[in-house]
Ligand binder design. Structure first.
Ligand code: ZN
Length: 345
């Protein structure tokens, strides 16, 4: 009987401590049981091997079923804990880092919420950033520096002199260059281990599905209202998590939309789509240069938390930062049961 107990404990330890892939773990268990069954069929009943593994075939079958129940219970418990969480990095058994990378990400790896496994998840992640402007700049810079494996960036604009007051990924020399190529060059110069995919065109209905389906997480920092609703609609349809940020004058906001279960989508929170041309952009209303740095950095932190599974996300909570009064507030928001985008009705 003790053998079964040991097998069960081994199963849990392999899974929990050494993070062995569940598939390998089950293969190990199946082989172990196969051998024990074989012993019972080939060796006489009073043999020491038979006595130490249940004594009789019926005991063996009962123990086997009992173990299946325990494994099933542990599996369901894990599943219940992970509901609503997004999975990243399907195959993390490979050693993904060289010594230079380990040193580069050491301050991440030492954090218990990230660790080596979390850093591997970051390297396996593919993030699409829509809009390489004020918010896109810090998002791109921090995610690139933090070791995200693949970053996609979509924008059709050129770097303009008036961007440089806040879009700090660009330099004076880059004026006139397409933003996606300039941003890609800047990320590669900072971290050669991050792969950057550039899409030098406007995000629109025709390319939305294709673009979003190739990534695990979408970050929206565009200043175009129509694009925001299209990004949200596509993310809900393709069940992709979305981190959305917005800034205007002295105020910014961030929210995470996981596109799962009962959490609200962008349109639940902002149901009224502004008509084209009515939504004011930064160029008309102005924006304090450091504000996108604050909001974009919060977006990047939420992205890292979401990928490694750390802490409490701004999921279903809108964070508002009022820079003039130096105040932040967080508002809890629910799914709109009549939302045309995410409601199951
Ligand atoms: Zn909705």
């Amino acid at each position: 009987m003790i053998v079964f107990f040991l097998l069960g404990v081994t199963f849990l330890l392999l899974d929990r401590i050494f993070n062995v892939q569940r598939r390998n773990n089950l293969t190990f268990l199946s082989i172990a049981f196969g051998i024990i069954f074989l012993i019972h069929f080939t060796v006489s009943a009073d043999h020491i091997l038979v006595k130490s593994t249940g004594g009789s075939l019926s005991n063996l079958v009962i123990s086997f079923l009992l173990l299946l129940v325990i494994i099933g219970y542990v599996f369901l418990l894990k599943k219940a804990k992970n509901i609503g969480k997004v999975k990243f990095g399907k195959d993390l058994t490979k050693n993904l880092f060289n010594s230079e990378e380990l040193n580069r990400y050491a301050r991440h790896i030492v954090l218990k919420e990230i660790g080596g496994l979390g850093q591997k998840k970051l390297k396996s992640a593919k993030i699409l950033i829509i809009g390489a402007g004020g918010l896109g700049s810090p998002v791109l810079q921090y995610l690139g520096a933090g070791g995200i494996g693949t970053i996609g960036v979509v924008d059709s604009d050129l770097v303009d002199n008036s961007n440089l007051q806040r879009q700090i990924i660009y330099t004076d020399k880059m004026i006139g260059d397409p933003k996606v190529f300039a941003a890609s060059e800047a990320i590669r110069a900072q971290n050669p281990y991050t792969k950057v995919l550039t899409y030098n065109y406007l995000f629109n209905k025709q390319n939305a599905d294709d673009l979003i389906s190739n990534f695990d997480l979408i970050m929206d920092g565009t200043d175009n209202a129509q694009t925001r609703y299209l990004v949200n609609k596509t993310c809900v349809k393709l069940k992709k998590p979305l981190i959305s940020g917005a800034i205007s004058q002295w105020e910014g906001q961030v929210m995470v939309y996981t596109s799962t279960l009962d959490s609200p989508c962008y349109q639940c929170v902002f149901p009224n789509i502004p008509n084209t041309g009515l939504a004011a952009s930064c160029s008309e209303t102005g924006v304090v240069g450091a504000l996108p740095g604050v909001i974009g950095s919060i977006m990047a932190v939420e992205a890292i938390k979401l990928i490694v599974g750390a802490g409490e996300l701004l999921n279903g909570r809108l964070m508002i930062y009022d820079a003039l009064n130096a105040e932040t507030r967080t508002i809890k928001l629910n799914q709109d049961t009549n939302c045309p985008i995410c409601s199951k009705k």
